[in-house]
Design a protein around this ligand. Structure first.
Ligand code: HEC
Length: 492
Protein backbone atom coordinates (compact mmCIF):
# COMPACT_ATOMS: atom_id res chain seq x y z
CA UNK A 1 0.00 0.00 0.00
CA UNK A 2 2.64 2.51 1.11
CA UNK A 3 4.98 1.59 -1.71
CA UNK A 4 2.09 1.82 -4.20
CA UNK A 5 1.37 5.31 -2.87
CA UNK A 6 5.00 6.32 -3.16
CA UNK A 7 5.14 5.00 -6.68
CA UNK A 8 1.97 6.91 -7.52
CA UNK A 9 3.51 10.17 -6.34
CA UNK A 10 6.73 9.51 -8.23
CA UNK A 11 4.95 10.61 -11.38
CA UNK A 12 6.10 14.25 -11.75
CA UNK A 13 2.68 15.55 -12.70
CA UNK A 14 0.91 13.79 -9.85
CA UNK A 15 3.57 14.97 -7.43
CA UNK A 16 3.02 18.52 -8.68
CA UNK A 17 -0.74 18.26 -8.20
CA UNK A 18 -0.08 16.81 -4.73
CA UNK A 19 2.12 19.76 -3.81
CA UNK A 20 -0.47 22.20 -5.14
CA UNK A 21 -3.28 20.61 -3.17
CA UNK A 22 -1.25 20.79 0.04
CA UNK A 23 -0.35 24.40 -0.69
CA UNK A 24 -3.97 25.29 -1.32
CA UNK A 25 -5.01 23.51 1.86
CA UNK A 26 -2.47 25.37 4.00
CA UNK A 27 -3.27 28.67 2.31
CA UNK A 28 -6.90 28.00 3.18
CA UNK A 29 -6.13 27.30 6.85
CA UNK A 30 -3.78 30.28 7.13
CA UNK A 31 -6.19 32.76 5.58
CA UNK A 32 -9.11 31.39 7.56
CA UNK A 33 -7.18 31.83 10.82
CA UNK A 34 -5.97 35.22 9.73
CA UNK A 35 -9.42 36.39 8.71
CA UNK A 36 -11.05 35.44 12.03
CA UNK A 37 -8.29 37.33 13.78
CA UNK A 38 -8.80 40.22 11.41
CA UNK A 39 -12.53 40.28 12.08
CA UNK A 40 -11.92 40.31 15.81
CA UNK A 41 -9.59 43.28 15.49
CA UNK A 42 -12.06 44.99 13.22
CA UNK A 43 -14.88 44.61 15.65
CA UNK A 44 -12.82 46.04 18.49
CA UNK A 45 -11.65 48.90 16.38
CA UNK A 46 -15.14 49.23 15.00
CA UNK A 47 -16.44 50.76 18.23
CA UNK A 48 -14.67 54.00 17.36
CA UNK A 49 -15.70 54.00 13.72
CA UNK A 50 -18.70 55.53 12.09
CA UNK A 51 -21.46 53.22 10.96
CA UNK A 52 -20.68 53.64 7.28
CA UNK A 53 -16.95 53.10 7.70
CA UNK A 54 -17.66 49.91 9.62
CA UNK A 55 -19.94 48.66 6.87
CA UNK A 56 -17.30 49.42 4.34
CA UNK A 57 -14.63 47.51 6.21
CA UNK A 58 -17.00 44.64 6.75
CA UNK A 59 -17.70 44.53 3.02
CA UNK A 60 -13.99 44.49 2.21
CA UNK A 61 -13.49 41.71 4.69
CA UNK A 62 -16.34 39.63 3.34
CA UNK A 63 -15.19 40.15 -0.21
CA UNK A 64 -11.52 39.44 0.16
CA UNK A 65 -10.53 37.19 3.03
CA UNK A 66 -13.62 35.03 2.94
CA UNK A 67 -13.40 34.59 -0.78
CA UNK A 68 -9.76 33.71 -0.52
CA UNK A 69 -10.04 30.96 2.04
CA UNK A 70 -13.18 29.55 0.50
CA UNK A 71 -11.47 29.42 -2.87
CA UNK A 72 -8.36 27.83 -1.36
CA UNK A 73 -10.39 25.13 0.38
CA UNK A 74 -12.38 24.51 -2.78
CA UNK A 75 -9.21 24.13 -4.84
CA UNK A 76 -7.66 21.84 -2.23
CA UNK A 77 -10.83 19.76 -2.08
CA UNK A 78 -11.05 19.40 -5.86
CA UNK A 79 -7.36 18.55 -6.25
CA UNK A 80 -7.28 16.05 -3.39
CA UNK A 81 -10.44 14.26 -4.50
CA UNK A 82 -9.02 14.25 -8.02
CA UNK A 83 -5.86 12.58 -6.75
CA UNK A 84 -7.87 9.95 -4.86
CA UNK A 85 -10.14 9.20 -7.82
CA UNK A 86 -7.24 9.08 -10.24
CA UNK A 87 -5.31 6.75 -7.93
CA UNK A 88 -8.15 4.26 -8.11
CA UNK A 89 -8.73 4.37 -11.84
CA UNK A 90 -5.17 4.74 -13.12
CA UNK A 91 -4.46 2.11 -15.75
CA UNK A 92 -8.06 0.85 -15.90
CA UNK A 93 -10.47 1.48 -18.79
CA UNK A 94 -12.12 4.09 -16.57
CA UNK A 95 -9.03 6.30 -16.84
CA UNK A 96 -9.58 7.54 -20.36
CA UNK A 97 -13.32 7.70 -19.77
CA UNK A 98 -12.99 9.91 -16.69
CA UNK A 99 -10.38 12.03 -18.44
CA UNK A 100 -12.81 12.53 -21.31
CA UNK A 101 -15.47 13.79 -18.91
CA UNK A 102 -13.00 15.97 -17.10
CA UNK A 103 -11.97 17.38 -20.44
CA UNK A 104 -15.61 18.05 -21.28
CA UNK A 105 -16.45 19.76 -17.99
CA UNK A 106 -13.34 21.92 -17.89
CA UNK A 107 -13.69 22.88 -21.56
CA UNK A 108 -17.33 23.77 -21.08
CA UNK A 109 -16.58 26.05 -18.11
CA UNK A 110 -13.64 27.52 -19.97
CA UNK A 111 -15.87 28.50 -22.88
CA UNK A 112 -18.51 29.97 -20.58
CA UNK A 113 -15.98 32.13 -18.73
CA UNK A 114 -14.29 33.04 -21.98
CA UNK A 115 -17.57 34.25 -23.45
CA UNK A 116 -18.33 36.25 -20.29
CA UNK A 117 -14.91 37.87 -20.37
CA UNK A 118 -14.65 38.63 -24.04
CA UNK A 119 -18.32 39.55 -24.28
CA UNK A 120 -17.95 42.10 -21.48
CA UNK A 121 -14.74 43.50 -22.89
CA UNK A 122 -16.19 43.85 -26.40
CA UNK A 123 -19.24 45.49 -24.90
CA UNK A 124 -17.16 48.09 -23.07
CA UNK A 125 -15.13 48.78 -26.21
CA UNK A 126 -18.38 49.33 -28.04
CA UNK A 127 -19.57 51.65 -25.26
CA UNK A 128 -16.36 53.64 -25.35
CA UNK A 129 -16.48 53.95 -29.13
CA UNK A 130 -20.16 54.80 -29.34
CA UNK A 131 -20.64 57.28 -26.47
CA UNK A 132 -22.47 60.43 -27.32
CA UNK A 133 -19.83 62.95 -26.31
CA UNK A 134 -21.30 66.16 -27.70
CA UNK A 135 -25.06 66.41 -27.56
CA UNK A 136 -26.46 67.66 -24.23
CA UNK A 137 -23.73 66.16 -22.09
CA UNK A 138 -23.42 67.36 -18.48
CA UNK A 139 -20.09 68.92 -17.59
CA UNK A 140 -18.80 66.13 -15.38
CA UNK A 141 -19.56 63.48 -18.02
CA UNK A 142 -17.37 62.10 -20.79
CA UNK A 143 -20.48 60.96 -22.60
CA UNK A 144 -23.70 58.99 -22.44
CA UNK A 145 -25.49 56.31 -24.37
CA UNK A 146 -29.03 55.07 -24.85
CA UNK A 147 -29.72 51.45 -25.70
CA UNK A 148 -32.67 49.13 -25.97
CA UNK A 149 -32.23 45.48 -25.16
CA UNK A 150 -34.28 42.57 -23.89
CA UNK A 151 -37.46 44.59 -23.73
CA UNK A 152 -36.13 47.56 -21.80
CA UNK A 153 -34.44 50.90 -22.29
CA UNK A 154 -31.01 51.50 -20.77
CA UNK A 155 -29.25 54.78 -20.17
CA UNK A 156 -25.56 54.88 -19.31
CA UNK A 157 -23.24 57.69 -18.38
CA UNK A 158 -19.46 57.75 -18.38
CA UNK A 159 -17.76 60.14 -16.02
CA UNK A 160 -14.72 62.16 -17.01
CA UNK A 161 -13.14 61.45 -13.63
CA UNK A 162 -14.61 59.77 -10.60
CA UNK A 163 -18.15 60.71 -9.46
CA UNK A 164 -18.36 63.00 -6.43
CA UNK A 165 -19.54 60.20 -4.19
CA UNK A 166 -18.85 56.62 -5.02
CA UNK A 167 -21.95 54.42 -5.22
CA UNK A 168 -22.41 51.72 -2.61
CA UNK A 169 -22.42 48.96 -5.19
CA UNK A 170 -19.78 49.15 -7.89
CA UNK A 171 -19.54 46.30 -10.37
CA UNK A 172 -16.15 45.02 -11.34
CA UNK A 173 -15.32 42.74 -14.22
CA UNK A 174 -12.36 40.65 -13.31
CA UNK A 175 -13.31 37.15 -12.23
CA UNK A 176 -14.33 36.33 -15.80
CA UNK A 177 -10.74 36.87 -16.85
CA UNK A 178 -9.24 35.01 -13.91
CA UNK A 179 -11.50 32.00 -14.27
CA UNK A 180 -10.98 31.88 -18.01
CA UNK A 181 -7.27 31.64 -17.38
CA UNK A 182 -7.60 29.11 -14.57
CA UNK A 183 -9.92 26.81 -16.52
CA UNK A 184 -7.75 27.23 -19.61
CA UNK A 185 -4.70 26.21 -17.65
CA UNK A 186 -6.58 23.21 -16.23
CA UNK A 187 -7.51 22.24 -19.76
CA UNK A 188 -3.87 22.41 -20.75
CA UNK A 189 -3.12 20.05 -17.86
CA UNK A 190 -5.98 17.65 -18.60
CA UNK A 191 -5.41 17.40 -22.34
CA UNK A 192 -1.72 18.07 -22.88
CA UNK A 193 0.08 17.27 -19.63
CA UNK A 194 -1.85 14.19 -18.52
CA UNK A 195 -1.33 12.51 -21.89
CA UNK A 196 1.91 14.28 -22.69
CA UNK A 197 3.31 11.36 -24.70
CA UNK A 198 0.40 11.62 -27.14
CA UNK A 199 -0.66 15.23 -27.20
CA UNK A 200 2.34 17.30 -26.18
CA UNK A 201 5.32 15.33 -27.45
CA UNK A 202 5.67 14.10 -31.01
CA UNK A 203 8.81 12.04 -31.36
CA UNK A 204 9.08 12.87 -35.04
CA UNK A 205 9.23 16.58 -34.13
CA UNK A 206 11.50 16.29 -31.11
CA UNK A 207 12.22 13.30 -28.97
CA UNK A 208 12.05 14.75 -25.46
CA UNK A 209 10.95 13.36 -22.12
CA UNK A 210 7.38 14.18 -21.12
CA UNK A 211 8.45 15.96 -17.94
CA UNK A 212 10.87 18.17 -19.88
CA UNK A 213 8.15 19.04 -22.36
CA UNK A 214 5.88 20.07 -19.49
CA UNK A 215 8.65 22.19 -17.96
CA UNK A 216 9.29 23.88 -21.31
CA UNK A 217 5.58 24.53 -21.64
CA UNK A 218 5.30 26.14 -18.18
CA UNK A 219 8.59 28.00 -18.52
CA UNK A 220 7.67 29.46 -21.89
CA UNK A 221 4.44 30.95 -20.49
CA UNK A 222 6.35 32.62 -17.66
CA UNK A 223 9.19 33.88 -19.88
CA UNK A 224 6.68 35.10 -22.45
CA UNK A 225 4.91 37.16 -19.81
CA UNK A 226 8.15 38.76 -18.63
CA UNK A 227 9.16 39.68 -22.18
CA UNK A 228 5.79 41.27 -22.81
CA UNK A 229 5.72 43.06 -19.47
CA UNK A 230 9.23 44.38 -20.10
CA UNK A 231 8.14 45.75 -23.49
CA UNK A 232 5.10 47.36 -21.86
CA UNK A 233 7.40 49.25 -19.49
CA UNK A 234 9.85 50.27 -22.22
CA UNK A 235 9.53 53.46 -24.31
CA UNK A 236 8.41 51.26 -27.22
CA UNK A 237 4.93 51.12 -25.77
CA UNK A 238 4.35 54.77 -26.68
CA UNK A 239 4.55 53.88 -30.34
CA UNK A 240 1.44 51.74 -30.89
CA UNK A 241 2.07 50.44 -34.44
CA UNK A 242 5.74 49.70 -33.69
CA UNK A 243 4.80 47.91 -30.49
CA UNK A 244 2.27 45.88 -32.46
CA UNK A 245 4.87 44.88 -35.04
CA UNK A 246 7.47 43.89 -32.47
CA UNK A 247 4.87 41.99 -30.45
CA UNK A 248 3.67 40.22 -33.56
CA UNK A 249 7.24 39.29 -34.51
CA UNK A 250 7.97 37.88 -31.06
CA UNK A 251 4.73 35.88 -31.09
CA UNK A 252 5.64 34.40 -34.46
CA UNK A 253 9.08 33.53 -33.07
CA UNK A 254 7.37 31.73 -30.18
CA UNK A 255 5.08 29.94 -32.64
CA UNK A 256 8.11 28.80 -34.62
CA UNK A 257 9.88 27.66 -31.45
CA UNK A 258 6.86 25.70 -30.25
CA UNK A 259 6.51 24.04 -33.65
CA UNK A 260 10.10 22.79 -33.36
CA UNK A 261 9.49 21.24 -29.93
CA UNK A 262 5.87 20.14 -29.51
CA UNK A 263 3.37 18.15 -31.52
CA UNK A 264 1.71 20.34 -34.18
CA UNK A 265 -1.50 20.57 -32.22
CA UNK A 266 0.26 21.44 -28.97
CA UNK A 267 2.37 24.03 -30.79
CA UNK A 268 -0.77 25.95 -31.77
CA UNK A 269 -2.44 25.63 -28.40
CA UNK A 270 0.68 26.94 -26.71
CA UNK A 271 0.67 30.13 -28.73
CA UNK A 272 -2.96 30.52 -27.62
CA UNK A 273 -2.07 29.72 -24.02
CA UNK A 274 0.73 32.27 -24.09
CA UNK A 275 -1.42 35.03 -25.59
CA UNK A 276 -4.23 34.15 -23.18
CA UNK A 277 -1.77 34.38 -20.31
CA UNK A 278 -0.71 37.84 -21.46
CA UNK A 279 -4.35 38.90 -21.59
CA UNK A 280 -5.21 37.57 -18.14
CA UNK A 281 -1.90 38.94 -16.82
CA UNK A 282 -2.84 42.35 -18.18
CA UNK A 283 -6.06 42.22 -16.21
CA UNK A 284 -4.44 40.94 -13.02
CA UNK A 285 -1.20 42.92 -12.95
CA UNK A 286 -2.12 45.99 -14.96
CA UNK A 287 -5.77 46.86 -15.26
CA UNK A 288 -7.26 45.82 -11.92
CA UNK A 289 -4.51 47.40 -9.75
CA UNK A 290 -4.97 50.64 -11.68
CA UNK A 291 -8.70 50.50 -11.11
CA UNK A 292 -8.22 49.81 -7.40
CA UNK A 293 -6.02 52.86 -7.17
CA UNK A 294 -8.66 54.84 -9.04
CA UNK A 295 -11.35 53.81 -6.57
CA UNK A 296 -9.10 54.41 -3.56
CA UNK A 297 -8.17 57.86 -4.83
CA UNK A 298 -11.82 58.71 -5.39
CA UNK A 299 -12.75 57.55 -1.89
CA UNK A 300 -9.99 59.58 -0.29
CA UNK A 301 -10.67 62.48 -2.64
CA UNK A 302 -7.06 62.72 -3.79
CA UNK A 303 -6.04 63.49 -7.35
CA UNK A 304 -5.68 60.51 -9.68
CA UNK A 305 -2.35 59.71 -11.27
CA UNK A 306 -3.22 59.84 -14.99
CA UNK A 307 -0.37 57.55 -16.05
CA UNK A 308 -2.07 54.64 -14.27
CA UNK A 309 -5.20 54.91 -16.34
CA UNK A 310 -3.19 55.37 -19.48
CA UNK A 311 -1.14 52.27 -18.82
CA UNK A 312 -4.26 50.22 -18.06
CA UNK A 313 -5.91 51.54 -21.20
CA UNK A 314 -2.96 50.44 -23.32
CA UNK A 315 -3.00 46.95 -21.90
CA UNK A 316 -6.66 46.68 -22.49
CA UNK A 317 -6.14 47.79 -26.09
CA UNK A 318 -3.49 45.09 -26.51
CA UNK A 319 -6.01 42.55 -25.24
CA UNK A 320 -8.48 43.85 -27.75
CA UNK A 321 -6.16 43.06 -30.65
CA UNK A 322 -5.06 39.71 -29.27
CA UNK A 323 -8.62 38.34 -28.92
CA UNK A 324 -9.28 37.34 -32.52
CA UNK A 325 -6.09 35.29 -32.99
CA UNK A 326 -6.62 33.61 -29.61
CA UNK A 327 -10.18 32.66 -30.49
CA UNK A 328 -8.96 31.12 -33.74
CA UNK A 329 -6.30 29.10 -31.93
CA UNK A 330 -8.87 27.77 -29.47
CA UNK A 331 -10.85 26.20 -32.32
CA UNK A 332 -7.82 25.39 -34.48
CA UNK A 333 -7.56 21.76 -33.44
CA UNK A 334 -10.59 21.01 -35.60
CA UNK A 335 -8.69 22.16 -38.66
CA UNK A 336 -5.78 19.91 -39.53
CA UNK A 337 -4.87 21.83 -42.67
CA UNK A 338 -3.81 24.72 -40.42
CA UNK A 339 -1.92 23.22 -37.48
CA UNK A 340 -0.92 20.10 -39.42
CA UNK A 341 0.79 22.02 -42.21
CA UNK A 342 4.57 21.59 -42.55
CA UNK A 343 5.01 25.31 -41.91
CA UNK A 344 2.18 25.53 -39.41
CA UNK A 345 3.72 28.51 -37.60
CA UNK A 346 3.70 30.48 -40.85
CA UNK A 347 0.05 29.59 -41.47
CA UNK A 348 -0.74 30.74 -37.93
CA UNK A 349 1.11 34.01 -38.50
CA UNK A 350 -0.99 34.56 -41.64
CA UNK A 351 -4.31 33.85 -39.95
CA UNK A 352 -3.40 35.93 -36.91
CA UNK A 353 -2.27 38.82 -39.12
CA UNK A 354 -5.49 38.75 -41.14
CA UNK A 355 -7.62 38.69 -38.00
CA UNK A 356 -5.74 41.58 -36.41
CA UNK A 357 -6.36 43.59 -39.57
CA UNK A 358 -10.09 42.88 -39.27
CA UNK A 359 -10.02 43.85 -35.60
CA UNK A 360 -8.31 47.11 -36.50
CA UNK A 361 -10.91 47.84 -39.15
CA UNK A 362 -13.70 47.25 -36.59
CA UNK A 363 -12.08 49.49 -33.99
CA UNK A 364 -11.67 52.28 -36.50
CA UNK A 365 -15.18 51.77 -37.84
CA UNK A 366 -16.70 52.14 -34.36
CA UNK A 367 -14.77 55.37 -33.92
CA UNK A 368 -16.25 56.63 -37.15
CA UNK A 369 -13.10 56.24 -39.27
CA UNK A 370 -13.60 54.37 -42.48
CA UNK A 371 -10.78 51.99 -43.34
CA UNK A 372 -12.76 49.61 -45.53
CA UNK A 373 -9.75 48.99 -47.73
CA UNK A 374 -8.42 46.80 -44.93
CA UNK A 375 -11.13 44.21 -45.49
CA UNK A 376 -10.04 43.08 -48.97
CA UNK A 377 -6.46 42.90 -47.65
CA UNK A 378 -7.57 40.45 -44.96
CA UNK A 379 -9.70 38.55 -47.46
CA UNK A 380 -6.83 38.11 -49.91
CA UNK A 381 -4.59 36.96 -47.08
CA UNK A 382 -7.13 34.25 -46.20
CA UNK A 383 -7.53 33.23 -49.85
CA UNK A 384 -3.76 33.02 -50.11
CA UNK A 385 -3.72 30.76 -47.07
CA UNK A 386 -6.41 28.51 -48.51
CA UNK A 387 -4.30 28.04 -51.62
CA UNK A 388 -1.06 27.68 -49.67
CA UNK A 389 -2.47 24.96 -47.39
CA UNK A 390 -4.12 23.04 -50.25
CA UNK A 391 -3.69 19.24 -50.44
CA UNK A 392 -0.73 17.86 -52.32
CA UNK A 393 -1.52 15.20 -54.90
CA UNK A 394 0.45 12.01 -54.52
CA UNK A 395 -1.16 10.45 -57.56
CA UNK A 396 1.42 10.50 -60.34
CA UNK A 397 0.34 7.52 -62.39
CA UNK A 398 2.92 8.47 -64.93
CA UNK A 399 5.70 11.00 -64.98
CA UNK A 400 6.75 12.15 -68.43
CA UNK A 401 5.58 8.96 -70.05
CA UNK A 402 7.17 6.75 -67.43
CA UNK A 403 4.81 4.30 -65.78
CA UNK A 404 4.66 4.59 -62.00
CA UNK A 405 3.66 1.57 -60.00
CA UNK A 406 0.25 1.64 -58.42
CA UNK A 407 -0.04 1.17 -54.68
CA UNK A 408 -2.35 -1.74 -54.01
CA UNK A 409 -5.00 -1.98 -51.31
CA UNK A 410 -3.05 -4.73 -49.58
CA UNK A 411 -0.16 -2.38 -48.90
CA UNK A 412 -2.40 0.49 -47.83
CA UNK A 413 -4.34 -1.73 -45.45
CA UNK A 414 -1.10 -3.05 -44.01
CA UNK A 415 -0.02 0.51 -43.24
CA UNK A 416 -3.36 1.31 -41.60
CA UNK A 417 -3.26 -1.92 -39.60
CA UNK A 418 0.22 -1.19 -38.31
CA UNK A 419 -0.24 2.46 -37.52
CA UNK A 420 -3.90 3.15 -36.85
CA UNK A 421 -5.73 0.03 -35.69
CA UNK A 422 -4.12 0.10 -32.24
CA UNK A 423 -6.51 2.92 -31.42
CA UNK A 424 -9.02 3.09 -34.30
CA UNK A 425 -10.64 -0.30 -33.96
CA UNK A 426 -13.75 -1.77 -32.40
CA UNK A 427 -11.32 -3.61 -30.12
CA UNK A 428 -8.39 -1.27 -29.57
CA UNK A 429 -5.15 -2.80 -28.35
CA UNK A 430 -3.56 0.49 -27.33
CA UNK A 431 -2.57 0.87 -23.68
CA UNK A 432 -4.19 4.30 -23.36
CA UNK A 433 -7.20 4.19 -25.67
CA UNK A 434 -9.75 1.54 -24.78
CA UNK A 435 -12.32 2.76 -27.27
CA UNK A 436 -11.84 4.19 -30.73
CA UNK A 437 -11.15 7.95 -30.53
CA UNK A 438 -13.85 10.04 -32.20
CA UNK A 439 -15.52 6.74 -33.15
CA UNK A 440 -13.18 6.42 -36.10
CA UNK A 441 -12.61 2.71 -36.83
CA UNK A 442 -10.65 1.30 -39.74
CA UNK A 443 -11.20 -2.44 -39.20
CA UNK A 444 -12.76 -3.44 -42.52
CA UNK A 445 -11.90 -2.44 -46.11
CA UNK A 446 -15.21 -0.56 -46.22
CA UNK A 447 -14.29 1.39 -43.09
CA UNK A 448 -11.02 2.45 -44.66
CA UNK A 449 -12.51 3.47 -47.98
CA UNK A 450 -15.29 5.39 -46.31
CA UNK A 451 -12.75 7.35 -44.27
CA UNK A 452 -10.14 7.79 -46.99
CA UNK A 453 -10.39 11.59 -47.26
CA UNK A 454 -10.17 12.21 -43.57
CA UNK A 455 -7.36 9.65 -43.31
CA UNK A 456 -5.48 11.55 -45.98
CA UNK A 457 -5.99 14.81 -44.14
CA UNK A 458 -4.79 13.43 -40.83
CA UNK A 459 -1.95 11.13 -41.85
CA UNK A 460 -0.73 12.20 -45.30
CA UNK A 461 -1.29 15.91 -45.91
CA UNK A 462 -0.42 16.49 -42.28
CA UNK A 463 1.30 14.26 -39.80
CA UNK A 464 -1.06 14.69 -36.90
CA UNK A 465 -2.03 11.00 -36.87
CA UNK A 466 -1.00 8.64 -35.38
CA UNK A 467 -1.40 10.66 -32.20
CA UNK A 468 2.06 11.74 -31.03
CA UNK A 469 3.33 9.46 -33.84
CA UNK A 470 3.12 6.74 -31.23
CA UNK A 471 3.65 3.99 -33.81
CA UNK A 472 6.57 5.74 -35.55
CA UNK A 473 4.96 6.05 -38.95
CA UNK A 474 7.56 7.01 -41.57
CA UNK A 475 7.22 9.68 -44.25
CA UNK A 476 7.50 7.00 -46.91
CA UNK A 477 4.55 5.09 -45.45
CA UNK A 478 2.53 8.31 -45.44
CA UNK A 479 3.38 8.89 -49.07
CA UNK A 480 2.47 5.32 -50.10
CA UNK A 481 -0.86 5.61 -48.27
CA UNK A 482 -1.46 8.94 -49.99
CA UNK A 483 -0.67 7.44 -53.39
CA UNK A 484 -3.20 4.69 -52.86
CA UNK A 485 -5.87 7.26 -51.98
CA UNK A 486 -5.01 9.64 -54.82
CA UNK A 487 -4.92 6.77 -57.29
CA UNK A 488 -8.58 6.21 -56.58
CA UNK A 489 -8.55 4.17 -53.34
CA UNK A 490 -9.38 0.97 -55.19
CA UNK A 491 -9.95 -2.36 -53.49
CA UNK A 492 -7.30 -4.23 -55.48
C1 HEC B 1 -2.31 6.27 -30.15
C2 HEC B 1 -3.64 6.28 -30.61
C3 HEC B 1 -3.92 6.66 -32.04
C4 HEC B 1 -3.38 6.13 -33.19
C5 HEC B 1 -2.34 5.02 -33.30
C6 HEC B 1 -4.03 6.79 -34.28
N1 HEC B 1 -4.94 7.70 -33.81
FE1 HEC B 1 -6.24 8.78 -34.90
N2 HEC B 1 -6.99 9.62 -33.22
C7 HEC B 1 -6.51 9.40 -31.96
C8 HEC B 1 -7.14 10.33 -31.06
C9 HEC B 1 -6.88 10.44 -29.57
C10 HEC B 1 -8.03 11.10 -31.82
C11 HEC B 1 -8.93 12.22 -31.33
C12 HEC B 1 -8.18 13.51 -31.46
C13 HEC B 1 -8.93 14.67 -30.90
O1 HEC B 1 -9.21 14.68 -29.71
O2 HEC B 1 -9.19 15.60 -31.68
C14 HEC B 1 -7.93 10.62 -33.16
C15 HEC B 1 -8.68 11.12 -34.20
C16 HEC B 1 -8.58 10.67 -35.49
C17 HEC B 1 -9.44 11.07 -36.57
C18 HEC B 1 -10.64 11.97 -36.44
C19 HEC B 1 -10.22 13.39 -36.50
C20 HEC B 1 -11.37 14.33 -36.29
O3 HEC B 1 -11.08 15.50 -36.02
O4 HEC B 1 -12.53 13.92 -36.36
C21 HEC B 1 -8.98 10.45 -37.71
C22 HEC B 1 -9.54 10.56 -39.10
C23 HEC B 1 -7.82 9.68 -37.33
N3 HEC B 1 -7.60 9.81 -35.98
C24 HEC B 1 -7.06 8.94 -38.21
C25 HEC B 1 -5.99 8.15 -37.84
C26 HEC B 1 -5.17 7.43 -38.78
C27 HEC B 1 -5.35 7.45 -40.28
C28 HEC B 1 -4.24 6.77 -38.06
C29 HEC B 1 -3.12 5.91 -38.57
C30 HEC B 1 -2.26 6.47 -39.55
C31 HEC B 1 -4.48 7.07 -36.66
N4 HEC B 1 -5.55 7.94 -36.57
C32 HEC B 1 -3.75 6.54 -35.62
C33 HEC B 1 -5.60 8.45 -31.57
C34 HEC B 1 -4.87 7.65 -32.45
Amino acid sequence: MISALIEYFMDPLIALVGVFSLLAFFAGIASWAFSSFFEEVNQKRGRYLSESKRDELKEEYVLHSKLFYQASFLIAFVLISGLIVFYNIKGTPMQSHVLEWLNLLVRWTHIIFGILWIGASFYFIFLENSLNRTHNVRDELAGDLWAVHGGGFYYLEKFKLAPKTLPKVLHWFKYEAYFTWITGFLLLVVVYYMNANLYLVDKSVMDIAESNAILISLGSLIIGWFIYDFLCKSPLVDNGPMFGLVGFGISVAFAWGYSQIFSPRAAYIHVGALLGTLMAGNVFFGIIPAQKELVAAAKEKRPIDPSLGKNAGRRSLHNNYITFPVLFIMISNHFPSTFGHTYNWLVLAGIAGASVIVRHYLNMHEQGKDMSYLLPVAMFAIIGLIVYTGPKMNVVESVEGQEIELVGFGEARQIVNTHCLGCHSKYPTDDQYKKAPKNQVFDTPEDIIKAKDIIKKQAVDSKIMPMGNKTNMTDEERQRLGMWIDQGAKLE
